[in-house]
Design a binder for this molecule. Structure first.
Ligand SMILES: Cc1ncc(C[n+]2csc(CCOP(=O)(O)OP(=O)(O)O)c2C)c(N)n1
Length: 370
């Protein structure tokens, strides 16, 4: 279904969400039509924040907002859904449009399987009336379903469209920035300098590139934690390791979208300040792994934030040479250190996926940490 037909059928005028690869047609349409930070469309730091933004829109206008997300982010919305939006609390009607990773009958990565299986029952348990949007669904069907559930929405209930693969169409938008350094090349240089450090990589293509680089270098994966799900939590995972293995150097390979998603973790890390922890932010100002739509990073000065939170901060690296220079300084770091690396938007078309399971990854890393 064409995205603009879907939006007319839903009769929505305000959109907030976190980008998702399955919802790329919707996100690209919203970017082309409204940009990312206007009154009609906001890309939020996390899905709970998108739901709260939507609540504010309803309070201001009385109208019904649309919140979009990948089902991985459903957990982030549960708190505002059940204690803010729900009809037994503030009764704020809204429409969720949810990209369905791990949908039944389609192959998907291990981190999506449980969430995929539970998405529909979870929504039903929370009282969210849900329609599964398939490839052959029509906008007339969506409009008639909306009519049917109108009493539920008028009472302050919520509804969701759970979007199956290929259900939405819109031409792909291209995203780019002015930075020359590819993320994969940055990770390769970081590996050259990492020695026996443990690396906690963020969700998405960073972990996939790390995995492939280890294979290319003939190295095992026993020093890496790939954080295949749980976007935004790599920093806190690394903090837990660093505090309890003080002799072990630990590197966080973070993304700007992920760092923003749970930015409070930076404060916790700064407060604990383990001297064996290095936080490297691969900042492409984009949610590159799910299509490339922007994050709020273009208006954030991460090094200044990190410095104020208690990190020792190295100069930002924008080129491969600057990165190599910064990594030399990291070698002697004896304090919690932050390094921002500016990277291009993009990745190899033939990038693979980890061939080991999350369980095997965990066991191997724990063996290293023992
Ligand atoms: C809670 C949650 N929301 C959304 C996603 C989908 N998702 C996976 S990677 C990603 C983008 C990550 O962006 P960033 O951290 O900037 O890294 P980049 O992909 O640009 O390297 C998103 C939105 C997810 N896995 N989990």
């Amino acid at each position: 279904m064409n995205v603009s037909e879907l939006i007319s059928a839903l009769d929505a005028e305000f959109f907030a969400g976190v980008p998702d690869s399955k919802l790329r047609p919707l996100v690209d349409y919203l970017m082309d039509t409204y940009g990312a930070n206007g009154p009609a469309h906001m890309i939020a730091a996390n899905e709970g924040s998108a739901a709260a933004l939507a609540a504010g829109y309803h309070l201001a206008t009385g109208k019904m907002p649309l919140i979009y997300l990948q089902n991985s982010g459903l957990g982030n919305t549960i708190n505002p859904l059940l204690s803010l939006l729900h009809k037994e609390v503030y009764a704020i009607p809204c429409i969720f449009v949810i990209g369905w990773r791990g949908e039944p009958d389609l192959h998907d990565e291990p981190q999506h399987l449980v969430q995929g299986r539970l998405s529909l029952p979870l929504l039903e348990t929370m009282g969210v009336k849900t329609m599964v949007l398939t490839r052959d669904a029509t906008s007339a069907e969506v409009a008639s379903w909306m009519k049917q559930i109108r009493p539920h929405l008028e009472e302050g209930g919520q509804c969701a469209l759970l979007v199956r693969d290929g259900a939405l169409d819109y031409p792909k938008r291209k995203y780019a920035n002015a930075h020359p350094l590819r993320r994969e090349d940055a990770i390769a240089r970081i590996l050259d300098a990492a020695g026996d450090a443990v690396i906690v990589a963020t969700t998405g293509k960073t972990g996939r590139e790390l995995f492939e680089l280890r294979e290319q270098r003939g190295e095992d994966h026993a020093h890496d934690f790939l954080t295949v799900g749980s976007m935004g939590h790599a920093g806190a995972i690394a903090l837990g390791i660093a505090l309890h293995r003080p002799q072990q150097r630990v590197i966080i390979l973070d993304g700007d979208g992920a760092a923003l998603m749970h930015m409070g973790a930076l404060a916790t890390i700064g407060a604990a300040a383990p001297p064996n922890l290095i936080h490297i932010l691969l900042n492409n100002e984009a949610h590159e792994s799910v299509g490339g739509a922007p994050t709020a990073a273009s208006t954030v000065h991460f090094p200044a934030v990190a410095e104020n939170l208690g990190y020792h901060v190295l100069p930002t690296a924008q080129t491969a040479d600057e990165l190599t220079h910064a990594l030399l300084q990291l070698h002697d770091a004896r304090a919690l250190t932050f390094l921002e690396v500016r990277t291009a938007v993009g990745s190899r078309a033939d990038l693979g996926r980890p061939t080991t399971t999350p369980h095997e990854n965990k066991e191997a890393l724990m063996e290293t940490l023992r």
